[in-house]
Design a protein around this ligand. Structure first.
Ligand SMILES: C[S@@+](CC[C@H](N)C(=O)[O-])C[C@H]1O[C@@H](n2cnc3c(N)ncnc32)[C@H](O)[C@@H]1O
Length: 311
């Protein structure tokens, strides 16, 4: 088992080295990434905020930064102040992929609220802080709420989250690889209980933020097969997948925002760059016995949510 694929590029990355590498990318960037002056200025400003420094070093999001970015509109609506770093504020409020995952989290919450309730066995993988299951109104009635993640820090965050919601007792949190779910080892909850739930078959599996880090189609199919293997027939999979810009609805979008967002992706050399047409995701799911019954789109059709049933 290797480390988490979402943020393990350089676990002890040196910020100065990461900034120097970003400067090289900026120096070689074509005009599609914006003017050299804008790129240099954005890089300098971005390196002044914690999120920027994390992304420059890691090229992706761990559980903490996923929640930080996805929850930004929720925090703002609850009265938190806006990000003071202007590049961070742009990233969190105008970059298409970021706005899309914020909207996607609301779509996940709506769908999962209907699917998770009395007696249901549900798993989130990779769970990160596991807000998508732990915040559900009827999570306390579920027969099992299970999170699997390869990063112990994600499981700690999920454990704190479960405790804060009074769900610590019924929640199983297992350290393991999403491609090998039976081998995951619970850090909260017992191995026997975990295996018993997998043996019976889960009613719901939910997954956001892992397939986008995977370039090879075979690996993506294997990931979906892993989800299928723990679902009972008829069980539900709720999974997101980024689409290529050719599928986005950019009506009314400021072109300068698009160029600037593209520039930021280059600055960070993001690893979540594996975009797939929606029809390909539907086909990949079908190949492993997961039939898509609904596709839910964010406003710009950037990060659709696929609701599939295990056949
Ligand atoms: C972008 S975050 C998404 C977290 C969560 N699904 C959410 O939406 O808040 C990616 C997560 O994948 C986890 N991860 C990366 N590689 C993994 C793997 N091979 N198996 C399980 N989890 C993995 C990371 O530790 C991180 O928590």
């Amino acid at each position: 088992m290797t480390g988490p694929i979402s943020h393990s590029r350089s676990e002890d990355a040196d910020l100065a080295v990461a900034i120097a590498a970003a400067r090289d990318r900026v120096a070689q960037a074509g005009p599609e990434f914006g003017s050299a002056e804008q790129l240099r200025s954005d890089l300098d400003t971005w390196a002044e905020c914690d999120l920027g420094r994390w992304m420059l070093c890691h090229g992706g999001w761990n559980a903490y930064w996923t929640r930080y970015c996805v929850d930004y509109p929720r925090r703002r609506a609850a009265g938190a102040s806006a990000a003071t770093n202007p590049v961070e504020e742009f990233f969190l409020t105008r970059a298409p992929a970021i706005v899309a995952t914020q909207q996607r989290s609301v779509i996940f919450a709506d769908l999962l609220s209907d699917l998770v309730g009395e007696g249901v066995r549900a798993m989130s993988v990779p769970c990160g802080a596991m807000d998508e299951l732990l915040r559900l109104p009827r999570a306390d009635a579920a027969a099992a709420v299970i999170g699997v993640d390869l990063d112990p820090a994600a499981l700690s965050l999920a454990a704190e989250n479960a405790a804060a919601r009074g769900l610590a007792v019924g929640t199983i949190l297992a350290l393991g690889d999403a491609w090998d779910l039976p081998a995951a080892v619970p850090e909260c909850g017992s191995v026997d209980e975990y295996r018993r739930h997998l043996g019976v078959g889960l009613d719901v599996v939910t997954s956001n933020g892992l397939n986008i880090y995977v370039a090879q189609s075979d690996r993506v199919r294997a990931l979906y097969a892993s989800f299928r293997s723990v679902l009972r027939p008829g069980g539900h999979l709720v999974v997101s997948a980024l689409t290529p810009p050719s599928e986005w609805d950019l009506t009314g979008v400021d072109r300068e925002d698009l160029v600037r967002a593209r520039g930021l992706m280059l600055i960070n050399d993001v690893m979540w760059s594996n975009l797939r047409p929606a029809h390909l995701t539907i086909a990949q799911l079908a190949e492993v016995g997961l039939e898509v019954v609904e596709v839910h789109h964010d406003a710009r059709r950037v990060f659709p949510t696929f609701h599939a049933r295990a056949v």
